[in-house]
Structures are given as C-alpha cells and as structure tokens.
Design a protein around this ligand. Structure first.
Ligand code: EPU
Length: 343
C-alpha cells in the first residue's frame, strides 16, 4: 500500500544560524526538514514544479554560507541505526542520513564493533560523511562504507551506489564532483568488524601499541575524543568548520626543494611520486597563528582552522582565507584549496 501524502512544512525566510557551525546568521528563502524517503520524494516533486533551487545540508559543519540562499534548503531527519547482518567477522549496519555521526560511533564502540572509533567526535551527520569522505587519525570513512543509498533529485528515483562507484578520494567523492547536487543521500550501509582491527599510527594513539592487552574500541574512541578536544574548537563555544583547507599534495621534487630550504618540513608520503604537507605547518610558517581579521581569526592551537571569534561576517572569513592562501603561495609556491564548501 502506498503511503498517503503528508503535509509538507515549509519555513520561509528561515535563519540558518543553527545549521552552520561557523555560526553565520544567513537566511534561506525556504527550509524543509523531512523524516522519510517517501516524504523527500514528494518534496522534490513539488520543488521541481515550483522551479526551486535546492541545497541539501547536513549539520552545516563543512559549509561557508557566503550570502543568503535563494532557494530551498533541505535537511534530513531520517534517523535510525539498523543491524543488517552479523557473523563472526563482519557486522553490517545501516544508518539513516540524518543520524548524528558521533551517535553512530558511540553505539559501535559500546557494542565492541570496530572500524569507526578513529572517526569519533567528528561533527556532522551520516549522509554527509559519505559525500565528504571524512577522515581522521589514519582512517577515512570510505574504508567502512559498503553502499550509499540515494534519491535522484531530477526524477525522485532510488539509486544505490556501491562503495567502488563512489570514487572516494581524500575528502572527496563522486557526490562532490561529477554528481554534485544530483543525488541526495538517504542512508549509508557500513561494513564493520566484529574482531578488533586498529589503526594506531597517529602520534598519541601509538601509546596503545605498547600495551600488553588489546585496547577496546571504546578506549580508542575515548583517546580520540581527548585529542580532538585538546586541538579543535568546540562548535558550541567557537564557530568554525573544522579544517578550512585540505592538506596539499605536492610532487616529490617540490618536496625536496622545500626540504632543502626548511629542514623540518613535516610530511606524509602519499605514493612514490607524491607527498602531503600539513597546511597547518605552512600557515604557521607564514605567521598566521592567532591572527584576526574583522570578526574572524586563525585558531591559536591549530592554524588550519578559521574561527568566528566575534560576529564574523561571511566576508571576514572569505577575506582571511584569501589572505592566508596568498601568503602561503607567495612563500612556498604551494596552492591551498578549501576543504569547506563555499555556498
Ligand atoms: N602543525 C603545525 N602547527 C600547528 C598544528 C599542526 O605545524 O599548530 C603541523 C604539525 O606538523 C602536525 C601537522 O600539522 O603534525 C598535522 O596536524 P594535525 O595532526 O592536527 O592534523 P591536520 O593535518 O592539520 C588533518 C585533518 C583533520 C583531522 C586530523 C587528524 C585535513 C584537512 N584535516 O588535520 O580533519 O582531524 O588530520 O587526522 O585533512 C577536518 O577535516 O575538518 C579535520 C579536522
């Protein structure tokens, strides 16, 4: 039996203040939250008839609104965590796109299910994790994604992407590139491990390697939360969108030239021809740590993060980001690319 159509609640001239972690007071012409896939399909049909521009957001933890949004902002309230299958090695778990990501990580750690613990405490919702391919402390979410369930915006048709079709890369996926804005993620299916598998190469996590007994997922989760709390601003206290830029990947030749001038350049080898340089280091070398521009500033403990110190305007943040980019390029000849999405 087909669901009866439900009333759609549209909020007009809606403040997005609570929907972007930068804490910018911008407005959407219309805002709609939905609780089911059927509801989303109905909303899309209506918005198509009305010729509305659409922007789908998660919790706005990776967005920079540069102005008011002329169109409809959609938000998923589809929240569930469902256990699909479990054997002695693998646990398959499906989660609704609107599920708070860290609620998912907390539940997995509590149930001794491994794979998401290094990604604990990252702000955002499940749907966006797949689009952004979030990563931290040596793990990217693509390593535990099996399928991404979506609805095509133009037709309302359901399409399931296998992980291999998602073209995942460093903070990248097909949904940010070729198919940007064309599909809305409604659920993600994760393949996690019932047996302990750890990624402990990141600095402070190496301590766990020295222990005689294997740590629990909960112990790793607790350590990751402590690291994040010591380095990253709490969105509720100081507005930001996490790392503002991606860490640039340069050729091995460019790295050697840089290392000849600066003996202490931190770096991670990507493959035999490429090296990743921490943007935080490049930005710090240019003297930006703790600097202010209007209401925006460069976070003292982690200069890769631009913060809303006091009532920053979108222009304050954009100008500061441009100045940082320019000075890093002038000093190191390395272009920085934003990790946050400019809207
Ligand atoms: N560094 C400095 N000065 C500083 C801080 C860091 O020079 O004040 C240098 C150090 O060499 C340090 C290196 O930067 O070893 C890396 O710093 P950190 O470990 O804090 O990580 P990151 O490379 O700056 C990335 C992700 C973070 C993620 C951490 C941990 C990107 C763009 N960012 O940051 O993700 O939490 O690694 O894995 O890849 C996010 O995406 O929003 C985010 C916070």
């Amino acid at each position: 039996m087909k669901d009866k159509s439900m009333p759609i609640t549209i909020q007009h001239q809606y403040s997005l203040l609570k929907h972007n972690t930068f804490g910018l007071d911008v407005k959407a012409e219309q805002f709609i939250s939905y609780k089911s896939v059927d509801e989303l399909v109905e909303i899309l049909a209506k918005l198509r008839r009305d010729g509305q521009r659409i922007l789908h957001i998660g919790s706005g933890s990776n967005l920079l609104f540069t102005r008011d949004f002329e169109g409809t902002v959609l938000h998923s309230d589809i929240r569930f965590i469902e256990y699909v299958s479990r054997d002695s090695r693998e646990v398959v778990v499906r989660a609704g796109s609107g599920t708070i990501w860290d609620d998912f990580c907390a539940e997995m750690a509590r149930n001794n299910i491994y794979g998401s613990e290094n990604l604990s405490y990252i702000p955002g919702e499940v749907g966006a994790t797949a689009i952004q391919n979030i990563g931290a402390y040596g793990v990217e979410v693509e390593s535990i994604i099996r399928e991404v369930e979506t609805i095509e915006v133009a037709t309302g048709r359901r399409r399931v992407f296998q992980a291999a079709e998602c073209e995942f890369g460093y903070r990248d996926s097909i949904f940010k590139n070729r198919l940007k804005g064309l599909y809305i993620v409604t659920a993600v299916v994760f393949s996690l491990s019932a047996i302990p598998v750890f990624h402990l190469d990141y600095g402070p996590l190496q301590e766990f390697k020295k222990l005689d007994v294997a740590p629990t997922a909960q112990a790793i989760r607790d350590a990751v939360i402590a690291i994040r709390q010591s380095k990253l601003p709490e969105p509720t206290e100081l507005g930001s969108a996490g790392s503002f830029f991606k860490n640039p990947v340069v050729s091995i030749e460019a790295y050697h030239q840089l290392a000849a001038r600066y003996t202490d350049v931190p770096h991670y080898v990507v493959d035999e021809s490429q090296v990743k340089i921490p943007a935080a280091w490049l930005i710090e070398q240019c003297g930006w740590k703790g600097k202010r521009h209007g209401g925006a500033g460069v976070y003292e403990k982690q200069p890769l993060i631009i913060v809303n110190v006091h009532q920053a305007s979108p222009a304050d943040i954009m100008e500061l980001a441009d100045m940082i980019r320019q000075s890093v390029f002038e000093k190191f000849n390395i272009p920085l690319n934003p990790e946050v999405n400019y809207i």
